[in-house]
Design a protein around this ligand. Sequence first.
Ligand code: ATP
Ligand code: MG
Length: 715
Amino acid sequence: MDLLQNLNSAQREAVTATEGFVRVIAGAGSGKTRALTHRFAFLVNELGILPGNILCVTFTNKSAAEMRQRIHQLTGDNDTGYINTFHGFCVSILQEDSHAVQYPKSFLVLDNADIDAMLQIIYEERGLTLREMTFSEARNRIEIRKLIKEPEYYRDMIDLSLDVLREKYDQASDPEDIIFYGYLYQEKKCFGLDYNDLIKFSLYVFQQHADLRLKWQQRLEYIMIDEFQDIDALQYQLMQVLCGYHNNLFVVGDPDQTIYTWRGADVKYLLDFDKEFPGTRTILMLDNYRSTPQILAAANSLIRRNRQRVEKDLLSTRPSGAPVWCHFAVSQQEEAQWMAGEMERLHMQGVAYRDMAVLYRAHYVTRAVEEVLLREKIPYTIYSGVQFFGRAEIKDALCYLRMIAYQDDLSFRRVANVPRRNLGRRRMAFLEQYAQEKGCTLYQALRDNLEDPILKGTKGQQFVSLIDTYSTGYGDRPVSEVLSAVLNESGYERMLRTEGSQERLDNLAELKQSIYEYETSCGEESTLEHYLAHVALFTNQDAGGTGDKVKLMTVHAAKGLEFPNVFLCGMNEGIFPSRKVRTRPGMEEERRLAFVALTRAEERLYLSEADGRNLDGSPRYPSRFLLDIDQALLQYTHPPVEGLIQQAQAYIDAESRRLPENSGDRFAAGERVRHTLFGPGTVLDVDLDRGAHVVQFDEMQTPRRISFRARLERL
Ligand code: ATP
Ligand code: MG
């Protein structure tokens, strides 16, 4: 197959300019990702580069999986090199070189639920309550402390022995210190790493060990990064190190699709790339291959409303198509009903359900949609971490796998007594104490005490036999098989059947299927340890099944993807734009997000909103993003109620006037600020309800709420 055949000249240039620094700046659907995929294949097929010497960074696990598949098709090679997210790639680095941070290869990647389980222990041990600080607040504080207040924390984690960390924790008296050191201690104890650690630890390896740095630098002959407009400072640092030997770096991005500044992404890395790397070759692509002229025109007219942008319009290469439909509904139920009606109509015309996607700003919007889809028997699947990987049965199943691989305490606490083995609170407390005294794991504690009277009448022995059997023999078996066997023999599935939880059983089947797909797509790296390290990185985008089903997902999760038919629902003020947007730059980011949503559609685009009331009783208006679009480009299902547009416009104008002009007035969690009286501090949180920043001033014991009205100066 001629790789260059299905590419335009700009793409061809991008594919064949293999050496040095190359940047592609181009709009949505212009074929950036396609150029990147073909470039990978070109390096391998035409130049004879080994896939294992190429790093290709994507933004989500889902897009990584898709890219792996596409590259596999192009090269026919099972080895697809490093195609991963930054976090996923760091897992690879640390799995290979974990000894450099005194961690075993079998470290655990922690997700929020794992962190919460650790916080639970800390709260119990030290008598803290959720009223003082919720878990999600505590997680935020920990994150901020790691990133801003104590960016060198990882040295403690690496250098200090467990005992010393424990001592620091025991001696801490301020709740925040208790939580922080308690968490570091818990992390180290089970050799856990959270997302921030993954990048920090990798950077540490490269700083401390010139030989390892050189090894990775030499290995990665070519580096390519997709969605570069959303890279953050730490990832950027990592990239700089990695490309430092061969100096072959290829990045693609679209400034109009920057949607992660709230998490520290900065488009300046894309825009200033040529200054950072002199001699950069910049390639522009202007043709859009994805969407019909109608869809593009609507998207272009929306994004033109942003002031902070580099002017660029997309030109469609596709033939004229259906108009962009817009529906004003009287209620959310009616909105959902209308969508379902359109879906059924399309389906009758031969459109597969899998070619339809429902996109929305926030998950809560799906409830009404789901109700109608269920009623109308339209099959659908939700792509969402909370919905899938956060589910109890999925976590339980993964903890069984972790018990087999690691026998760690976190997993033990979760599944030792699920299903019931009579290992209740009292016996657990006994094991905890024993483990504490002996400095061993809970699992070891159980094993040591099987004969002790206190464990009489429990099924501890069965649990130990089960785990021991599998932990010695899992090496040669596929993970999916091990999981099926252990869920069966542990009695876990029987428990669900007895409870009549068909939905949970279905979810477990889905999990097995996804593991099976993982195994078949990644060849040799499909050991249990690899799977466990990677599954912890699966976030929102990654669940969801196969089959002919309508896809439901947030706009953030849809980044980089495309669907023939897109329903963008909940286009209301307060939903999209979110009511959390409080600055003009924030509103522009929100508009970019809407632009991302619109540009996902290939053939048909349906926009909808629902009148009614917000939770606080205020009337709900159509989104400004609907009004932003040149009205001649929208086809209304019926004219909006008399006066509605005018009222909405008046409301929006008033709201916009209230938005502070520059972001200097508002800060994001993590930013450093100075107060005229209190001095320097770190923003912990933004309390929108009370209109205040929550700031931890350096000189103060406890955080303060500072009204938005007060002047804070950026540091
Ligand atoms: P986004 O900014 O949304 O990530 P993108 O720039 O990465 O978009 P792609 O996903 O690579 O765009 O391409 C969009 C669609 O156009 C895909 O279906 C792709 O296969 C198709 N496409 C890209 N280039 C060409 C081409 N030269 N000829 C025909 N189709 C193309
Ligand atoms: Mg793309």
